[in-house]
Design a protein around this ligand. Structure first.
Ligand code: LP5
Ligand code: MN
Length: 242
């Protein structure tokens, strides 16, 4: 009995080594799980459920197969795949989660989220996020032809990565007070998130009480999985096979 968590795979046709590791994970590790949580940035970019590529289909098939085998899959949006929508969910059987979602892990309540919203000192990112999350803008964007959207996103990506290169590592990490505020809001002692690519298990002492923040790792050089059971939890690595 265990639940699996992954995030920040940044799947792209340009990285078949990551895709192969993900497929192996879905076909081997994930089939025995009680549930699989994907906490955002599954894709390097997801610019709409109308993605016509073979690659998109291949990834969707993996989810559909797993769900059909009886493993429920839950998905939180990341900052790179916040346009994963209802059509994707319908085609795969995956359940889309709210931005912050509370789950019961074998009797322990935990809040799960991507983690970008915890970085409250990254003001330029938060301003950018607010813009691209505007429902009217997404409505317009979703109606553009796929090849136009690809061009727009390429331009946005160049601008944002130029800006990101001038930021300090501290600004791009979570703000401790925000972590506590979110845990307190949901009345939980455990938080699980990704985004920062700094896998770790943080124990936080607060008012004589211990809270835990588990940070998932990225899949840039190896797979990275949180295995959570009633007996404990562990961040595990999965070697690339190609
Ligand atoms: O992802 P990562 O870890 O590299 O960096 C993030 C933040 N960057 C982003 C940008 C994405 O990587 C790329 C954009 C994805 C677009 C998908 C579809 C878009 C459709 C839009 C239509 C509705 O999220 C980075 C953080 C970092 O995490 C750490 O937390 O710092 O933030 C940035 O770099 C953002 C810049 O600071 C903002 C610069 C603004 C300049 C560009 C303006 C373009 C506005 C267009 C509005 C439509
Ligand atoms: Mn992210």
């Amino acid at each position: 009995m265990h639940t699996l968590f992954i995030s920040d795979l940044h799947l792209t046709p340009k990285r078949p080594d990551i895709t192969d590791c993900f497929i192996a994970f879905m076909r081997d590790d994930a089939t025995n799980a009680d549930a699989l949580y994907v906490l955002g940035d599954l894709f390097d970019f997801w610019i709409g459920d109308d993605d016509p590529t073979e690659f998109a289909q291949q990834i969707k098939n993996e989810f559909k197969t797993l769900v059909n085998q009886g493993v429920p899959v839950f998905f939180s949006h990341g900052n790179r795949d916040f346009l994963v929508g209802k059509k994707f969910a319908k085609q795969t059987g995956v359940t889309l989660l709210d931005e912050e979602h509370v789950i019961d892990l074998y009797g322990n309540k935990a809040v799960v989220l991507h983690g970008d919203t915890l970085c409250t000192e990254d003001l330029r990112y938060l301003a950018f996020r607010e813009k691209v999350h505007k429902p009217w803008l997404q409505w317009v964007f979703n109606r553009l032809p796929f090849f136009i959207k690809t061009r727009i996103v390429r331009k946005i990506q160049t601008d944002t990565s130029n800006d990101k290169s001038n930021k300090s590592m501290t600004i791009m990490d979570v703000t401790p007070s925000e972590v506590l505020a979110v845990m307190n809001k949901h009345q939980v002692d455990t938080m699980i998130h990704g985004h920062t690519h700094r896998p770790n298990i943080h124990k936080i002492s607060t008012a004589g009480h211990e809270k835990t923040r588990i940070v998932l790792g990225d899949w840039y050089t190896q797979g990275s999985i949180l295995v959570y059971s009633k007996h404990g939890y562990q961040l595990q690595c999965k070697k690339f096979i190609s």
